[in-house]
Write a protein that binds this ligand. Structure first.
Ligand code: ADP
Ligand code: MG
Length: 451
């Protein structure tokens, strides 16, 4: 069918996060003349319409010519008629809230909710990088258990996953103070389970977790390899899902890519809505800095200082906050005004340390030296094995060790396309498994670059 050909092509062409966020959630209803694409909500619909619809239409015309089906977009879902065995894409639920299951009353001592009152939507700055994740979270806060279940938020460290989870939890409790919302880091879940096993209170443990109205489990990648916990969590998940209680999960990567997790868990993680949080762009970083300065310290951060910090600290929001704290503490201590000069001074050590971080140029230089070739050859069009393989290794290292996107890495390697980088990283992952030499070279380079 046409749509699956189309998604193969898009998966190949687009950065993975974009594909996962915008294309994967679409379902298709197809006949000979037309493809109806069902988007889970208005937000996804608009986005796809503005960013991908042209490509999709063009591509269909390129493969089917005059017989190409027409493409239309609407909000909807086929999930209602599907069984749990089907794939995550198929299982996305539409944002038509079904009636909520009643809040259950349980006599036991309540579990602590662990919600941080500062992590609310009001203090969460919206930007392009977190727009969908935020929109989905708000919908869930308004319709827990019925909008999307589970919600799976993924993205790099310090980008706001934990903040968003708490924000949903706080919103649910605010609307319904009787709701039992529990936030727990996956390591906390494991620790509590181990303790329950030790004290023979595992039945209690099960009951407690299965009697909540919303369960928020952070950083599920830490379940990796912990089989007993996964087993326990699997049953908890099923119990909550079946009784329409909300589940929210976070991880540093897309559900299917979390290694060391049972298949049946991974597939369940994709049943609801999966959304990515990406690193914020400069304007969002600046907005977050100004908002944090005001909120946390009552300081009106001058724009030039906010831009200075935002430009220099790019990795994640936790680091931004660290930089801000340092400047403000310094200013209070010395009684000096916060100017750009002052900020530069206060951050001197931090920026120096950051400048030592691995850069793409650094990787290229190290890889070239290691393979005794010239850096210019890595960037050249040469395709001989002795150059192409090191080039692929260097690209894979750049992906692993820096925060640069695939297009940026491609650009840094002599203006190559991002699909070339994608192909290189996949190829190297494959070769590390099958070819001893590549595995060793990669490990050596990794060690050199990170020590
Ligand atoms: P993660 O769980 O993804 O590692 P956190 O949720 O812990 O990241 O966020 C790290 C810090 O950055 C927190 O202090 C959080 O409040 C802040 N933060 C993240 N995203 C935003 C945002 N969009 N607006 C305001 N603060 C944010
Ligand atoms: Mg977190």
């Amino acid at each position: 069918n046409f749509w699956s050909k189309c998604t193969d092509r898009l998966e190949n062409d687009l950065p993975q996060q974009q594909f996962n966020t915008w294309i994967r959630p679409l379902q298709s209803v197809e006949d000979a003349q037309s493809i109806r694409l069902l988007a889970p909500n208005q937000f996804v619909l608009n986005w796809v319409q503005n960013h991908y619809l042209n490509d999709i239409t063009e591509y269909l015309q390129s493969i089917a010519g005059a017989n190409a089906p027409s493409v239309s977009l609407e909000i909807g879902s086929r999930a209602a008629v599907q069984s749990p065995q089907e794939s995550s894409i198929e299982r996305i639920q539409s944002f038509k809230p079904t009636p909520a299951a009643p809040i259950r009353h349980v006599d036991e001592a309540p579990m602590p909710s662990n919600l941080n009152p500062n992590f609310v939507f009001d203090t969460f700055v919206e930007g392009k990088s977190n727009q969908l994740a935020r929109a989905a979270s708000i919908q869930i806060g308004e319709n827990p258990g019925t909008a999307y279940n589970p919600l799976f938020i993924y993205g790099g460290v310090g980008l706001g996953k934990t903040h968003l989870m708490h924000a949903v939890g706080n919103m649910i409790v605010k609307t319904n103070p009787k709701a039992r919302v529990v936030y727990v880091h996956s390591e906390g879940f494991v620790a509590q389970m181990v303790k329950a096993l030790q004290h023979n209170t595992i039945d209690d443990f099960k009951r407690r977790f299965r009697s909540v109205n919303a369960l928020l489990i952070d950083d599920v990648q830490f379940f990796a390899g912990k089989e007993r916990s996964q087993e326990e969590f699997f049953h908890t998940f099923n119990a909550l899902f079946e009784s329409q209680q909300q589940i929210i999960l976070s991880s540093d990567r897309f559900p299917k890519e979390v290694s060391g997790l049972e298949e049946r868990l991974k597939s369940r993680f994709g049943w609801g809505l999966t959304v990515a949080i990406e690193p914020p762009d400069l304007e969002t970083r600046v907005a977050i800095l100004k908002s944090k300065a005001d909120q946390l310290f009552g300081v009106d951060l001058p724009n030039e200082v906010a831009f200075f910090i935002g430009k220099r600290v790019r990795s994640n929001i936790r680091e931004l906050e660290g930089a801000l704290r340092r400047i403000i503490a310094n200013a209070e201590f010395t009684g000096r005004a916060i100017t750009q000069e002052f900020a530069k001074d206060a951050l001197r050590d931090m920026l120096a340390a950051q400048d030592k971080q691995v850069t793409i140029e650094n990787i290229q230089k190290t890889v070239a030296e290691y393979f005794k070739i010239r850096t210019s050859e890595l960037l050249s069009a040469k395709r001989s094995r002795t150059i192409a393989r090191p080039r692929q290794i260097a690209m894979a290292l750049a992906k692993e060790l820096t925060n640069h996107s695939l297009p940026e890495i491609g650009e840094a390697f002599g203006g190559r396309d991002h699909t070339t980088v994608l192909y290189a990283t996949r190829k190297i992952v494959e070769l590390k498994e099958s070819d001893h030499r590549v595995e060793e070279d990669y490990a050596n380079l990794l060690r050199t670059l990170t020590s």
